[in-house]
Write a protein that binds this ligand. Structure first.
Ligand code: ADP
Length: 465
């Protein structure tokens, strides 16, 4: 068994979200259980400028390494990948995204043909890699170089499907017959993820709850029928986190390292750092709520902007970091202007500050309307910060409500401003009870979010292909 990961981002080379964390950590966990992998990603300008040691293999392919020995192939193209941004700019998605990822998928298969002839499973991720299964089952159906290849597609977020116009489909060179209900066609447009689902041998998603949710009309984003029709129903395998990167005992971004045994002083240092940095009152008595993530409707960032208006500076402090929708960003800015003494916003992608927010917050806000898996809630538990989440997808699978034995956080029953306010109020009450806080924090530290268990589950799925 040898697996080729085909994905649009991968830590530490390039990251916009959790997909990158998964593609950087799962291959390492598979390596530990003797499943060999290689990785193929685009050679974006950002990767090029970050100083990785790279070997040129051809005009279109370069190679670097993940961990000690996992080969990472970088697909080069001045036209498609040498630009600022991965998928778009402030103006919106790049207009040539279809061409870009069609090129990427073709080249990724070229890498397998040229350099990795013993790969027998392609593990594709999200819409950007969805043309791989389509190409394998159509254009390359009779190609002996690929005859052994089986395809697993993992859906990290069904809300992103890669949708293009019929006119754009006509430019791709795919057989016109593929633009039908059993192919790309989706309400008159071209849908890459839909075709990827149809042509893959197996589908997984990133938590058990989300794998079930996406087969319903409420969460299926129009693809619930296609998913339900698959002979092999989508399986859910919860993501882990990279426990080497996300470990307060070794974290290079922290001002003071700490562990489950020394979290009190470690967290105090970072809380004071945040309070000073954002000119809040420096006090251990006021609970600090953090948010790191995409500022979007999915993440409930709009709910946060409204809910926190209810809390005075003596009640709670809020540090919000993220990039995303203009209108929600404006809402948050407005909230911050009204509440400078206890609300701070940072609209940047900043790894170091993110790590310090995980470490210095008492609670982590994650009221997502839907959440395929979510990494931030697991990261926060590993940093001794109690997550406050909505009961959906991976959040429901990974956070235990605080009233239960082994409770690790706060779980809202629906995503609304009122329930968020009520849960923040409850968290503030619990904050006053240091014995209970300590018990919850320790339960979070003790929870196992490593990749090892999930890697074994992927191995089982690969074996079924
Ligand atoms: P997503 O839906 O965006 O993939 P996840 O919770 O699965 O959400 O993963 C988000 C990852 O991206 C986490 O590692 C989080 O810390 C990181 N992240 C998100 N926004 C920022 C930001 N503005 N700065 C730094 N890290 C960020």
């Amino acid at each position: 068994m040898k697996i080729a990961f085909i994905a649009s981002e991968c830590v530490p080379f390039v990251k916009t979200g959790g997909l990158a964390d998964v593609c950087g950590a799962l291959p390492l966990a598979l390596e530990r259980i003797k499943v060999p992998t290689v990785i193929v990603i685009p050679y974006y300008r950002e990767v090029n400028t970050r100083g990785f040691k790279v070997k040129q293999l051809s005009a279109t392919v370069a190679q670097t390494v993940l961990g000690k020995s996992i080969r990472v192939y970088l697909i080069k193209s001045k036209k498609y990948f040498d630009r600022v941004g991965l998928y778009g700019s402030a103006k919106g998605d790049f207009e040539d995204n279809l061409e870009r990822y069609q090129y990427f998928c073709e080249q990724a298969l070229g890498v397998i043909r040229e350099y990795e002839a013993d790969v027998n499973i392609v593990h594709c991720h999200d819409w950007q890699a969805s043309l791989v299964p389509v190409l394998l089952k159509t254009k390359y159906k009779k190609d002996t170089a690929f005859a052994r290849l089986k395809c697993l597609l993992t859906i990290h977020n069904l809300a992103f499907q890669g949708i293009f116009t019929y006119q754009q489909f006509k430019q791709t060179g795919f057989d016109a017959k593929l633009f039908g209900p059993n192919g790309f066609e989706f309400y008159g447009r071209m849908n890459l993820l839909k075709a990827g689902i149809i042509f893959s041998d197996m589908i997984t998603s990133v938590s058990k709850s989300y794998a079930a949710e996406i087969q319903t009309a409420d969460f299926g984003c129009g693809l619930e029928g296609v998913l339900k029709q698959k002979k092999n129903k989508p399986t859910g395998i919860v993501n882990g986190i990279d426990c080497d990167i996300w470990n307060p005992a070794h974290d290079k971004h922290l001002l003071k390292k700490y562990s489950a045994k020394s979290f009190v002083s470690g967290k105090k240092t970072h809380k004071e750092y945040l309070q000073k940095k954002f000119k809040f009152e420096v006090s251990p008595n006021v609970p600090l709520f953090g948010f790191v993530g995409r500022v979007t409707h999915q993440k409930g960032a709009d709910l946060i902007a409204e809910a926190i208006l209810q809390f005075e500076e003596k009640d709670a402090q809020f540090v919000i970091q993220g990039l995303g929708d203009q209108s929600i960003t404006e809402k948050l800015k407005r909230t911050m202007r009204l509440m400078k003494k206890n609300v701070a916003t940072v609209f940047e992608f900043d790894e170091r500050l993110a790590h310090r927010i995980y470490a210095g917050s008492d609670f982590f806000l994650m009221p997502s309307r839907f959440e395929p898996c979510g990494l931030s809630q697991m990261i926060s538990m590993r940093y001794g910060t109690l997550p406050l989440v909505n009961q959906t997808g991976g959040l429901a699978d990974t956070v235990v409500p605080h009233k239960k034995r082994n409770g690790t956080g706060f779980v809202m029953t629906k995503p609304s401003i009122d329930t968020l306010v009520a849960n923040i109020e409850e968290a503030i009450k619990v904050y006053a009870n240091s014995t209970k806080m300590k018990r919850l924090i320790v339960s979070g530290f003790n929870a196992d979010f490593s990749w090892d268990k999930s890697a074994k589950e992927y191995k089982k799925v690969y074996a079924c292909l």
